[in-house]
Design a protein around this ligand. Structure first.
Ligand SMILES: [Zn+2]
Ligand SMILES: [Zn+2]
Length: 117
């Protein structure tokens, strides 16, 4: 019995560690418009102006050295949802990000209606 409990507590711990890797919850101030962004763990961009920051090599890892601002250059529609294409103004790195429910829809539409760069 004791051994089983040990196994269970080990599994719980592993699960929590796994979850914290999946979700990096952090609040940040948007460096483009100054909006205080409440981190949900799922969004990495400002819901007001949709700018992001080049902080990830892989989603959520925060390992990028660049730290450049990432401009929303285009919006793609896929299966009824919107994907923002971010481009780093410092190094030119491009990355696609899902929109989040908090994003201001008018801003998404404004970028979507822009001519493709
Ligand atoms: Zn912003
Ligand atoms: Zn960059």
């Amino acid at each position: 019995m004791v051994f089983l409990e040990y196994i269970h507590s080990f599994l719980d711990l592993g699960y929590n560690v796994f979850m914290s890797f999946q979700r990096t919850i952090e609040d940040f101030r948007c460096e483009n418009c100054g909006f205080e962004v409440k981190g949900s763990g799922y969004t990495n961009h400002c819901p007001r102006c949709l700018w992001s920051k080049h902080v990830d090599v892989n989603p959520g890892d925060r390992l990028a050295e660049c730290k450049g601002m990432m401009e929303p250059i285009a919006v793609e529609q896929k299966n009824g949802s919107y994907i923002i294409v971010h481009k780093c103004i410092k190094c030119g790195y491009e990355k696609k990000n899902k929109t989040s429910p908090e994003d201001v829809f008018d801003v998404i539409l404004r970028i979507a209606s822009r001519p493709k760069p």
